[in-house]
Design a binder for this molecule. Structure first.
Ligand code: FEO
Length: 169
């Protein structure tokens, strides 16, 4: 595997685990506010991020590469209101999309077609992640200002269930 592609993929394991940490921090924020539905949504989001990390880890193993785990940074975002984590989640997903695109570009440059095919799943996944994050913001804008609306939205987010990633290596 090309050294740069390897380095970016290995780093991305850390970024995905940080994403899981960040979403757990958001889940904790909503737990403290008594919003178990929002907590549930972000806890499942954290599980998905761990899955992303594990897929990259397994991909490197499958290609005979050594995986180097690095320290996971402490989530350092401060949330002032119920909307803050939702907006920061969208910003974070846009950032992750830019990282995935960066790996894609590096793999493309060295004609690493196997990695490109692997990354195709992540390119699509990022589209879904951004759409879901935007959806949460839109719903909060529409209904979050009213206690009954917030209650309903919390109930809706409570119904989210975890499902394993569709990509199998
Ligand atoms: Fe692993 Fe939310 O992207």
């Amino acid at each position: 595997m090309d050294a740069k592609v390897y380095e970016l993929l290995n780093d991305q394991i850390n970024k995905e685990l940080y994403s899981a940490y960040l979403y757990l921090d958001m889940a904790n924020f909503y737990a403290d506010k008594g919003l178990a539905g929002f907590q549930n949504w972000f806890t499942i989001q954290a599980q998905e991020e761990r899955d992303h990390a594990m897929l990259m880890l397994q991909y490197l193993h499958n290609n005979g590469q050594h995986v180097e785990l690095k320290a996971i940074a402490k989530p350092d975002k401060e949330f002032k209101d119920l909307m803050d984590p939702l907006k920061m989640a969208l910003e974070h997903e846009e950032y992750v999309t830019s990282l995935i695109n960066g790996i894609y570009a590096a793999a493309s440059e060295v004609k690493d077609y196997r990695t490109l095919q692997f990354l195709d799943w992540f390119v699509k996944e990022q589209g879904e992640e951004e759409m879901n994050a935007q959806d949460n913001i839109s719903k909060m804008e529409l209904f979050g200002g009213d206690p009954k609306g917030l209650y309903m939205l919390n109930s809706e987010l409570q119904a989210r269930v975890y499902s394993a990633p569709s990509l199998v290596l």
